[in-house]
Design a protein around this ligand. Sequence first.
Ligand code: ATP
Length: 308
Amino acid sequence: MSGGTGSGVGAVAPAKINLALRVGARRDDGFHPLNTLFHAVDLLERVTVRPSAGPADAVEVRGRDARAVPLDRSNLVLRAAELLRDRAARREFSPVEFLIDKAIPVAGGLAGGSADGAAALVALNELWGLGLSRERLIALAGELGSDVPFALHGGTAVGHGRGELLSPVAAGGTLHWVLLTDPRGVSTPEAFQMFDELRAGAGPASPPPIPGELLDAVRSGDPWAVGAGLVNDLEPAVFAFRPELEELVARARLAGACGAVVSGSGPTVACLAPDSAAADVLADELRSVHTAGDVLRASGPAAGAAGA
Ligand code: ATP
């Protein structure tokens, strides 16, 4: 951050894993209706914002995959600033500059960009003294993208529609994860396009429900029951692009994971361990198998975007 004026306001926001992702048929407007079970994990993005002396909003990005993040108006933190100026009807809010510290892989299926958008909403609400409630911020977040409301909400929640309509689920315990990242990201639109091709017009128009057994498992906090219930309808499409990920899911199970699943449109594979110590062992084991990307530890549920 250079050339800014005044002190910054910071916020953090979590990555998400889809414990379930059920997908219906493509609608005429191009979207696929979803039923998903979001789970926030403590892999946190940090966004700092401060007034800028420059002529326009600007963003600097550091950390993981920083060079893959767009610096133009498509960046979700810049879109968050535009949205709040628009909705607060206060066009006179002076330019700001953002610093994003990335921990979440870009295009990894963990909604890192959405976490940045959520953190930006929280930080700007504070910087500009807007006094918007969390409920109002969550409603506004839906205009930035379908995963942004959950990045504000955090915890574990069922998402409907495009994923933006949230119903919280009270999780019964901490889940310990090993995340296998892959530098070759999967484009979400391409994954959905492949999903359409594979379905070839067959399959249900409405997304299948989240399995009741999985919801019960999350409420009870039993990692083996959660692991057995992990489901992602996009996996066949993602595996069509990246067959080695199917192998990775199988290897994780053999290595002692309670379950493993591609998160969202991938390519990150989320492996659930029975407990924290077992997750460390699993991570060590998978490091020798998974050399294409990183092996990260995380746990959830984590809180939603908050000032920091
Ligand atoms: P999604 O499933 O929402 O596409 P993802 O979790 O697979 O997301 P993200 O890291 O959120 O992946 O990035 C998706 C795309 O969003 C990136 O390729 C990038 O072009 C764009 N993007 C916009 N703002 C950001 C940001 N602040 N950080 C990362 N990517 C961003």
